[in-house]
Write a protein that binds this ligand. Structure first.
Ligand code: ZN
Length: 124
């Protein structure tokens, strides 16, 4: 991968990191800081609960994504970014630009999805 391409990917990753962190800071607070007496007035308890669940899911997803972003950034620092973890082929820049946290080339990713699908079929 060219240096300019790598630089661009790094910028995308850093931007994404910032976004996740600022989102994580804004999510949760209002949901978790409600008082019990507020809840008693709240007729629509069910919707409050589902809001809470949603924000917890969002945070889990953010944490996972953040880990992936950090991993990709570390790989850039180490100089082995852009290689498929499975077959060691170079992952195309277009794919990395669209999905900078990916570990797999498109071929291996499709293979992985095919296997996952077949496992899902077995469970069904
Ligand atoms: Zn591969």
């Amino acid at each position: 991968m060219k240096k300019t391409e790598l630089k661009k990917i790094k910028e995308i990753l850093l931007e994404r990191r910032e976004k996740i962190l600022s989102q994580a800071a804004s999510v949760g607070e209002p949901v978790y800081s409600f008082k019990e007496e507020d809840l008693l007035d709240e007729v629509d308890l069910a919707s409050t609960e589902s809001d809470q669940n949603m924000s917890i899911r969002l945070r889990d997803r953010e944490r996972t994504l953040l880990r992936k972003v950090d991993k990709a950034l570390k790989k850039i620092e180490a100089g082995d970014y852009g290689k498929c973890e499975q077959c060691s082929e170079e992952i195309g820049f277009r794919r990395l630009e669209a999905r900078p946290v990916t570990d797999l080339c498109i071929r291996c990713k499709e293979e992985q999805e095919r296997i996952e699908r077949s496992f899902a079929d077995e469970r069904a």
